[in-house]
Ligand binder design. Sequence first.
Ligand SMILES: [Zn+2]
Length: 325
Amino acid sequence: MTSPNGSSGMGLQGMWLGRMRTNVSDRGMWGVVSWGFGASKSGRTVCPLVGRALGQLMGGEVRGADRYVRIVWGHIVRGATIETMTSLGRHTIFQNSLMSALLDGIYDGEMTIGEILSKGNFGLGTFDGLDGEMIILDGTCYQLRSDGSATIADLEQKSPFAQVTNFVSKIVAKAPKGMKRSELSRFIDDLEPSGNYFHAVRIKGTFTNVTTRTVTKQSKPYPPMREAVGDDKEITFENARGIIGGFRTPKYAKGIGVPGCHVHFINEERTSGGHVLDYTVEDAVIELCPGTDMELHLPLTADFAAGNLSPDDIDEQIHTTEVKG
Ligand SMILES: [Zn+2]
């Protein structure tokens, strides 16, 4: 790379400064200025003179300036990379174990509900032995069993799989009436800034119907999940008020989670619910909480260590166990 003035034969410091001049665009220069003054992008209107002065400084014979300039250069690179998505803010989603571990029949975990709740006040998952579906709302963990019941889980109970976050409602939209699960997923795609991030999803309101399935408690030796869901229970709630909550997972994270929307339902009375297979919106509001960071907790159990977590037919297994047509 050469400097704009085509100079050559420079020493290390000179070469580096030449590279700086080559790459400093208008946007980059604002990056320099905002760093120098600790200002945000709003500082653009007051900094042109300072920006030009700094540009002259870098282009001139200023000794001892390279250390300062190196720091600024790092800022330019970072600023250019994240500039368009900084409005998202950083937000962590915590996950205990993997979806592919559940598929493999690893149904006993090492984390307690109390430990999981310390990682977030919103989420979903399941319980040891696949004993029902989990939904966490406002810091309360509910256990939705195959008999149709919903109870508050004990803090000492354990879970082999859970995704949680401290839900911050950053994107809110009214859900169009009549929308079904597949259509609503596309609607959420249009709402979210990018499908390349995780999103916690909360849909609250009235549903014409919600069809759920609930896994049943398994006995050892545990069968793989596609066999375990053979005797799960399906329930259709008509004219139900309640909350559908869960996560939208990018396709690249297949196996870590369930790609697409994985959501659970609990009714307003908090007496029943399950893993959502389909639903039709009557009158509801959708809230999204984008997740940019993931804390992945892998179990230190012998079952997990020995599991087959990358099966060749993972697409088919996920479809059979989570979508069911
Ligand atoms: Zn589920």
